[in-house]
Design a protein around this ligand. Structure first.
Ligand SMILES: Cc1cc2nc3c(=O)[nH]c(=O)nc-3n(C[C@H](O)[C@H](O)[C@H](O)COP(=O)(O)OP(=O)(O)OC[C@H]3O[C@@H](n4cnc5c(N)ncnc54)[C@H](O)[C@@H]3O)c2cc1C
Length: 489
């Protein structure tokens, strides 16, 4: 039903034109629709480097959208500056009566949107934020007591129970395309003009835009049946690699979930579970925004004072811990900005529970360099790995980095790919090269402490120290629950 003469779609982390809630709703309810994207200096100015793969990914995706819109006789208006000011100004300049966008659940984005909505209201312009990047948002999936879930498995069961075909239905766009406001191609600032430089994105084979997402998804569909087995082994091409596309909305979550449900079987079911993990962390962030501010989901662990010994964090970042799987992971991360999920867990656990570094430092480092950085998943993943977040496992279960390596990279294929200096180390010693007898060292030409670092810490003793930190914080909480008489209060 037509409600507005002119409206504006403000694109953000939803960089596609198909199955896009805000775009569809604007087209359905307006006679003429303009589309804009803002390179928001409020976000860009805070980035640590001018060579940022994410900015190049966004730039490429925006350029592709512009081309797509121009093929329809419309254009994409690409602005650069503070979005909070530019969006209302541009809406007014276009004589828009409404601004449509897809909802963002990050605290800073919610503050920005509230400010934009208030400015627009002052101008007499409506603001419509729509659910798009998740199937279920905010408090749509709650437990029987009406409270948010803090454990994944019951959340997933409730999520699946609530799912109906309508939630997976694509938002229609094509039938209304003639309502796009006709316009000559608008100028678009180059990457340098917005203060950034080209990166190695292309060399890494990362293709931005919906076309990049489609290519990855089609490739993944041919191997989705093996996902359950393959996904844990970093040397294999197990996962989809779609995280950067989900982050920037160059793919529709409805399309992915519908495909997984339609295909069925163990592989697709496991993959759907991962998509649900993403929503689990989104709702945790929405219900408990403190987790984005460095506060633990499990409040008692805010009291832990992490020893943070000098040099440990740097050894981890620079891939010289002496634990091959951890170092290979950190090399992959430094070289590509991507890290396999198993390796995110191993590297994060090692930083916190072996190196005794505050998990917030690792979280920040990932946030600065991950191409798929997502506040909710990163904070959730780090807190999970540090045992301070939403984990059904108790804090005293600690990953053994050597056993993880033996189990998930049995022949050391992944290790050798990223640590070529260990290429000739026999399989038997690849996970713990410090244990090589002198004769084997001479044969393979690797002397621990020379060609490859000695372990920066000893797992067994560090594990005990980590347990002591947790034990102290957990018993302080238990003590606080006791009444002065020593009985539970
Ligand atoms: C310490 C740590 C930090 C992480 N930081 C991020 C982050 O910043 N951004 C991010 O997207 N994911 C993060 N993850 C989750 C996960 O590692 C990545 O989503 C996954 O490795 C991306 O690869 P993929 O697209 O090939 O995944 P696939 O295995 O193909 O999974 C499909 C999609 O499901 C979602 N997903 C998969 N696993 C998880 C998970 N454990 N939690 C939440 N969503 C998941 C992702 O959107 C992913 O693209 C983190 C995990 C850990 C342990």
């Amino acid at each position: 039903m037509i409600e507005f003469d002119i409206s504006l779609v403000w694109l953000r982390r939803d960089l596609r034109l198909h199955d896009q809630a805000a775009f569809s709703r604007a087209l359905e309810s307006s006679k003429a629709v303009h589309v804009a994207f803002v390179f928001d200096t409020g976000i860009l100015d805070a980035l640590p480097s001018q060579r940022d793969r994410r900015v190049e990914f966004i730039h490429g995706s925006v350029a592709a959208l512009k081309q797509e819109l121009e093929a329809w006789g419309a254009t994409l208006h690409v602005l650069h500056g503070p979005a909070g000011r530019l969006v209302p100004e541009f809406a007014r300049a276009m004589n828009a009566q409404a601004v449509f966008c897809c909802r963002d659940y990050e605290p800073a984005a919610m503050r920005r949107d509230a400010a934009v909505a208030a400015t627009l209201a002052g101008l007499g312009i409506a603001f419509h934020a729509c659910k798009d990047q998740v199937i279920f948002e905010q408090d749509e999936v709650l437990n029987r007591a009406g409270k948010p879930f803090g454990v994944f498995t019951p959340y997933k069961q409730a999520w699946l129970k609530k799912l109906e075909a309508i939630q997976l239905r694509p938002w229609p766009v094509q039938p209304f395309c003639d309502r796009l406001a006709k316009a000559p191609p608008a100028p678009m600032p180059g990457l340098e003009e917005i203060g950034f430089q080209r990166t190695d994105l292309q060399a890494l084979g990362v293709q931005p835009g919906a076309a990049g997402a489609r290519r990855l998804f089609e490739d993944f569909l041919s191997r989705i049946d093996n996902y359950r087995e393959a996904r844990n082994f970093p040397a294999l091409k197990g996962p989809s690699g779609l995280s950067v596309h989900l982050r920037f909305g160059t793919v529709s979550i409805r399309e992915l979930a519908a495909a997984a449900l339609g295909i069925g079987g163990a592989g697709a079911e496991t993959w759907l579970s991962e998509l649900i993990w993403r929503e689990f962390y989104q709702q945790i962030l929405w219900h408990h925004p403190r987790v984005a501010e460095g506060r633990c989901y499990k409040l008692e662990f805010d009291a832990i004072e992490w020893p943070d010994p000098p040099g440990h964090f740097e050894a981890w970042c620079e891939a010289r811990t002496g634990y091959p799987l951890v170092d290979a992971a950190m090399r992959q991360f430094r070289q590509t900005g991507y890290l396999h999920n198993r390796l995110r867990m191993v590297a994060a656990s090692f930083l916190v529970k072996d190196l005794l570094v505050d998990w917030r430092r690792g979280e920040r480092y990932f946030a600065d360099h991950l191409i798929d950085f997502d506040l909710a998943s990163n904070s959730g993943g780090w807190q999970w790995a540090a045992s301070v977040g939403c984990d059904a496992q108790p804090w005293f279960r600690i990953f053994n980095p050597v056993m993880q390596s033996e189990r998930f990279d049995p022949g050391g294929r992944f290790i050798r790919r990223y640590l070529p200096e260990l290429a000739r180390v026999p399989d038997k010693y690849i996970h713990a090269p410090w244990s090589m007898p002198a004769k084997v060292q001479a044969e393979c030409g690797v002397r621990p402490g020379r060609e490859y670092p000695l372990p920066v810490v000893e797992h067994g003793s560090q594990r005990e120290k980590a347990l002591a930190l947790f034990r102290r914080a957990a018993s302080a909480k238990a003590g606080a629950r006791l009444s002065p008489s020593g009985r539970p209060g």
